[in-house]
Design a protein around this ligand. Structure first.
Ligand SMILES: Nc1ncnc2c1ncn2[C@@H]1O[C@H](COP(=O)(O)OP(=O)(O)OP(=O)(O)O)[C@@H](O)[C@H]1O
Length: 770
């Protein structure tokens, strides 16, 4: 294309012919434009344009400014960065625009009067000061107001978008900014672009800073320092912190804001932010308010629940008789720790049950449920209850897969915590302090995955007289969100705990469990990694690892093993041996492209019918949650359906969900998933690549979590020394939390456990009563 004059902005002026695709939520559209004029080097009469538009009509022409793009399939397209309605630069043109159908009750006569009075800049005058319309004959107050409103609607966004585009703000972001501030957007841009960081999703501190600099805002402007502080705190959440120590926060702020700022200026501003309640400074630590109140709220609710005592008349003798009967039904004999767990859980308002794999956590949960049901004469058949909410047991877990596993292992209804609390998809929960949960005994599995926010939401919805059992493995990864709720509760010494040590599954000859416990107890050696029925270690170098994984899959295919049973887990997404690369290779092997393949490109990734995919965000309105795994069952292109929308249909275990382009980022391939995402799930066969190039991620709790995901078989491939180094390296990234202190102050008075069982009775054995 020939060089345009440097300062001249490229444009295509044209009329909308028809809309090919339109996403109402985001106003994103792909349109066909009939070209009337252009200064771009483009000869055709029509072009496909795409961008974020509001209110394009076929009646008007528009100036589109943007860049050409070559689409792999659809050829050349114009990506619109800003646009404006074309109003011919003549009196007639302006009159014709103002008397068009866009503006209600304004005919040609009135439009002429407006232009006569206000001149060729009539539109700007009206937008700036609607009162300038006063005194125009035949223009009633209501019509004047209507005209101003419609002009704002049609011209407002265009003008705002044009200004924002000169600050390199994309049209998409401009949409969001305009939706939030309307005409105020430009004022905000000049006065306080930092506000965008808080109000506009996805607007980063650096972008705001760049705009502020262009507008000449000073480096020590209070809004800049405030935004810098919030930015630093928000970033710290990604490392799991609930707060930052004061000095560390100041240090990090100086790094972000620039070294020209003195500590004193920052400290003064922090005091002010604290007074304005935008941050909370407490005991020399700085919190975002939402986390401060969530942590304190959680401690307060635990204390509220624990303060309501259990009224129970069960004696140890009766309990032993009951557990004895359960043992007969289950054909097992509880170990001492397991019996203690059942006994203590029945006596405690809140108790934690923790232990590694195969120590019988599920067995104990079942024992507790059965014993409680017997003591209180409750049926365990939900059909015996008039309403589902009358069922006394509430079982829940943080992920869909964990909830499903809990349901399968106990035979009782179970749901995710989000569903249990009736999450509305944003931040509202149907169940809360006003409307609490119903039921008598709550069991939360995989509690190590619950972060401070969710713990608070859950506990505020628990009624005073409900009993609570929290179950989790303290050696697994902490929650993805802020806090380390399980490990803080365990360290606090304020909540009754039972730790299960004895491994039962090992007795069935499982090397995987043996390995997990050796890692847990820091006892692992080269010898632990010898081949066994359910375990193998395949050496491979950094460069060989992807091929090695593919070869294992090839062997599995040859042997007729269902490849859906095999899950690869890796710690990082990018790099030559990262999750993305492994996914590409396995897709190539298991679901290659053929002439008949239905495939849709999303950025660099090709999705095909038959691909295994994982959901990356919670989508409660559709009943799919972060970590759910499904399969692509259909792909539709825009021309193939009457909505003219591209669609990918994914079948999850219980339902099919239709995704449209704006949601294509909600999932990714799942042949290989991250170890973090695998938390709470189990898979029959795990392939775990462990190589030295992953070294920064290789930590004991990460590898322990990965290993304990495998149910039947574990194949570790990679570098033995990297693995041994990893499993002996503790995660030293300390998370800043204050839950222990809060529990101490909330639970000042020692919790008195109901002591209905005498020490003497404790010596007895359940068999004495059988
Ligand atoms: N007291 C016992 N006597 C005999 N077998 C037991 C006993 N306790 C547990 N088991 C058996 O050990 C195996 C593991 O128990 P369970 O599934 O309850 O452990 P878990 O801690 O929930 O394990 P994971 O965390 O791996 O799911 C099961 O097959 C179970 O039946």
């Amino acid at each position: 294309m020939e060089d345009k004059q440097r300062n001249e902005k490229g444009y295509i002026r044209g009329r909308l012919l028809y809309t090919i695709f339109h996403n109402e939520d985001e106003n994103f559209a792909i349109i066909k434009v009939k070209i009337e004029d252009t200064n771009e080097d483009y000869e055709e009469k029509e072009i496909v344009a795409k961008g974020y538009f509001s209110h394009l009509t076929e009646e008007h022409s528009y100036y589109f400014h943007g860049v050409f793009e070559q689409h792999q399939k659809f050829g050349i397209q114009y990506r619109v960065e800003s646009y404006q309605t074309y109003i011919p630069d003549t009196k007639e043109g302006l009159i014709s625009y103002l008397s068009s159908d866009l503006f209600y009750a304004i005919g040609e006569k009135t439009a002429t009067r407006i232009v006569d009075k206000l001149g060729m800049n009539a539109i700007s005058h009206i937008l700036e000061d609607p009162e300038c319309l006063d005194g125009i004959p035949g223009l009633k107050k209501q019509t004047r107001e209507q005209l101003h409103k419609s002009l704002e609607e049609h011209q407002g966004f265009e003008r705002v978008a044009i200004t924002l585009s000169s600050y390199q703000i994309s049209l998409k972001m401009a949409q969001r900014i305009y939706q939030r501030y309307k005409e105020e957007a430009i004022h905000k841009l000049y006065d306080d672009p930092y506000q965008f960081v808080f109000d506009i999703e996805g607007f980063g501190f650096q972008s705001a800073d760049q705009i502020a600099r262009m507008n000449g805002l000073s480096m020590d402007h209070p809004n800049r320092i405030g935004a810098g502080c919030i930015f630093v705190l928000q970033k710290s959440i990604q490392d799991g912190h609930v707060y930052l120590p004061y000095d560390q926060c100041v240090r990090e702020m100086i790094q972000v804001l620039g070294f020209e700022l003195t500590e004193q200026i920052i400290q003064e501003r922090l005091e002010q932010l604290n007074t304005e309640k935008k941050i909370i400074i407490s005991e020399g630590n700085i919190y975002l308010p939402s986390l401060y109140y969530a942590e304190d709220g959680f401690a307060a609710h635990i204390s509220r629940i624990m303060n309501k005592k259990i009224e129970s008349e069960t004696t140890l003798a009766e309990l032993m008789k009951i557990t004895g009967e359960i043992e007969e039904e289950e054909i097992l004999s509880y170990g001492k720790e397991q019996f203690d767990a059942i006994e203590k859980a029945l006596q405690s308002k809140v108790m934690i049950l923790t232990g590694g794999p195969g120590t019988g956590k599920t067995t104990v949960i079942k024992g507790i449920v059965k014993a409680y049901a017997t003591i209180h004469d409750h049926s365990l058949d939900i059909d015996d209850y008039e309403k589902k909410s009358d069922f006394p047991f509430v079982l829940t877990a943080p992920t869909g897969r964990a909830a499903k596993r809990l349901k399968e292992s106990t035979g009782l209804p179970s749901s995710t915590i989000h569903r249990l609390l009736g999450w509305d998809g944003k931040d509202g929960f149907e169940k809360n302090e006003q409307e609490r949960l119903s039921g008598k005994f709550l069991i939360v599995d995989e509690f190590s995955m619950v972060d401070t926010w969710l713990a608070n939401h859950l506990f505020k919805a628990i009624p005073d007289d409900m009993q609570v059992l929290l179950v989790g493995d303290e050696d697994q990864l902490p929650s993805v969100g802020p806090g380390q709720v399980l490990s803080d509760l365990l360290s606090s010494g304020k909540i009754p705990i039972v730790r299960l040590h004895e491994v039962y599954r090992q007795k069935e000859g499982s090397k995987i469990i043996e390995l997990a416990h050796e890692i847990k107890n820091n006892e692992i050696t080269d010898a632990s990694l010898q081949k066994a029925n359910d375990f193998s270690f395949i050496p491979a170098s950094n460069r060989q690892i992807v091929e090695a994984i593919t070869i294992i899959f090839k062997h599995a295919l040859e042997k007729g093993i269902d490849t859906n049973a095999i899950q690869v887990l890796a710690p990082i997404y990018k790099t030559e041996a990262g999750i993305n690369r492994i996914n590409e290779e396995i897709q190539q092997l298991l679901n290659p492209k053929t002439d008949k393949t239905r495939e849709m490109k999303v950025m660099d990734v090709s999705y095909r019918v038959g691909d295994r995919v994982i959901q990356l965000v919670n989508q409660p309105e559709d009943g799919v949650f972060n970590g759910d795994i499904g399969e692509i069952v259909a792909i539709f292109f825009a021309k193939e359906n009457k909505e003219k929308k591209e669609q990918i249909v994914i079948a999850f275990e219980e339902k099919e969900i239709v995704y449209e382009r704006q949601d294509f980022g909600n999932f990714m391939h799942a042949y290989c998933i991250s170890i973090h995402k695998s938390q709470g799930s189990e898979f029959p066969i795990i392939i775990l690549p462990v190589i030295s190039s992953y070294h920064r991620m290789l930590r004991k709790n990460l590898l322990y979590t990965a290993i304990t995901r495998s149910k039947e078989s574990l194949i570790i491939c990679g570098d033995m020394s990297a693995f041994l180094r990893g499993v002996t390296t503790m995660d030293t990234n300390q998370r800043y939390t204050s839950l222990i202190e809060r529990l101490e102050s909330r639970l000042e008075e020692e919790q008195e456990l109901p002591n209905f069982i005498s020490d003497e009775e404790k010596e007895l054995n359940p068999y004495d009563f059988m």
